[in-house]
Design a protein around this ligand. Structure first.
Ligand code: BGC
Length: 445
């Protein structure tokens, strides 16, 4: 049987959240709009037209929610700072109420002996900056750096654990290439411009935190997915390599000083030439104390000539008759183990934390209980994969479950429930799911 002690006494166990997904109080207390406030109001952009305006009302309930983190037995609470809550226009005038709010959240964590892990950017760009091109514009780097500096100076004496950016590939691909997340931009040119500025921002952010905060532990996160070729044909293998470049390698390699992974794919080579990327290799490099890995699914990839640029196509879990979550994401803990090993193989990756991992299922609250056995089974499998990699010598120092409570799941609105705690979005009542109780037992035994 899996027990928490097998991971070692120093292993950090946490739950992760993000500002837009839980806070609410979107238009009050001096907060400026973020791209998710405006995007979610556009017709058809989120399921049911739902917005993050109220979300889990964490803004008013943070003390009780941090108490829940504690009740479940976790030591770490990961949350993010809403940029437009402290800088309503993204730069310039500071909102004192916003600054105060995060002081309260941090103080409450410390009071309850919970270690705060603070993410600086979890996808919620101030709308005012999006109007100037957002991540596609060169000016974003100076604005982001000023925001990081403000956070470091304001909270650096209390917060020692930082995450610069949440999943650069996630928000640049969904928000600037495919247009299905905020700010809803699309096309390869926009994506590459955003990717370049994001790669610079993650390293710049690391440097600013390092300069401002003594004894800080500084990380940044990457989404990762094992890419599995559908067949061993040369075309499927090459298509898989392209997807791996894009989804797994694009953002970590510049950080490690390797530049963008351009060799072998003409599209990326052209991008490098047109943006003179060689000039930024050094600036995109930063020696992070830990690398945050976030995994939700593997991808099975088949060559497809009709798909522009990438010429690859995902063969969905459902069509392969594989077990999957309510998001259609394949449940495959071996692939989690494989992708951890892939990232651990970079010589410069010295310390890995799993900063997100979890699953959405169609949970039902019945007579005060949520019997989510599928989620318990999921965590057991995925934790065993972490332990296997750890026992083989991979330096994994922590694991954060996604997520504390059901929340605003971006374009999915409130339909996809990932929480260990069930949120009734009408009453804001929280109910610990069976999976939450399982974690409690696992961590406190
Ligand atoms: C994001 C979370 C999101 C989760 C599930 C991750 O990519 O960081 O914000 O809720 O995936 O979709």
């Amino acid at each position: 049987m899996l027990v928490a002690k097998d991971f070692g006494d120093d292993f950090l166990w946490g739950v992760a959240t993000a500002a837009t997904q839980i806070e609410g109080a979107a238009n009050t207390y001096g907060r400026g709009a973020s791209i998710w406030d405006t995007f979610s109001k556009r017709n058809g952009k989120t399921k049911g037209g739902r917005t993050p305006e109220i979300a889990c009302d964490f803004y008013h309930r943070y003390a009780a929610d941090i108490a829940l983190v504690k009740t479940l037995g976790f030591k770490v609470f990961r949350f993010s700072i809403s940029w437009s809550r402290i800088l309503p226009l993204g730069k310039g005038v500071i909102n004192p109420e916003g600054i105060q709010f995060y002081h309260h959240v941090i103080d409450e964590c410390l009071r309850q002996d919970i270690v705060p892990y603070v993410t600086l950017y979890h996808w919620d760009l101030p709308e005012a900056l999006a109007k100037n091109g957002g991540w596609m514009a060169f000016s974003i780097n100076a604005d982001f750096n000023a925001f990081v500096s403000l956070c470091a100076k304001t909270y650096g004496d209390k917060v020692k654990n930082w995450i610069v950016i949440n999943e650069p590939f996630g928000f640049t691909s969904l928000g600037y290439m495919l247009g299905i997340h905020a700010p809803g931009e699309s096309g390869v040119t926009n994506f590459f411009a955003a990717a370049k500025h994001t790669a610079i921002a993650q390293a710049d952010g690391g440097r600013i935190l390092r300069a401002e905060i003594p004894n800080a532990s500084i990380g940044t996160t990457f989404s990762c997915s094992e890419i599995i070729p559908y067949t061993q044909s040369a075309s499927d293998l090459l298509a898989s390599k392209r997807v791996d470049c894009l989804m797994n390698r694009l953002f970590i390699e510049p950080t490690l000083g390797m530049g963008f992974p351009t060799a072998g794919w003409d599209v990326l080579e052209k991008f490098a030439v047109s943006h003179s990327l060689w000039r930024y290799t050094e600036r995109m490099t930063f020696d992070f104390d830990y690398i945050g890995l976030q995994n939700y699914f593997p991808l099975v990839i088949k060559y497809n000539a009709f798909i522009p640029v990438i010429q690859a196509w995902e063969v969905k879990a459902k069509n392969r008759k594989k077990p999957h979550t309510s998001m259609g994401w394949e449940i495959n803990a071996d692939s989690f183990y494989h992708i951890i090993k892939q990232f651990a193989a970079y010589p410069k990756v010295k310390n890995i934390m799993i900063t997100e991992n979890g699953a959405a299922f169609k949970d039902k609250l019945v007579a005060g209980h949520v019997h989510d056995e599928e989620r318990i089974a999921y965590f057991k499998l995925y934790l065993a994969a972490v332990l296997k990699a750890k026992n083989e010598g991979v330096n994994i120092t922590g694991y954060m479950a996604w997520t504390l409570m059901d929340n605003f799941e971006w374009a999915e609105g409130y339909d996809a429930r990932f929480g260990l705690v069930y949120t009734d979005f009408k009453t804001q009542e929280r109910t610990i799911k069976d999976s939450g109780l399982w974690w409690q037992q696992f961590l406190t035994k």
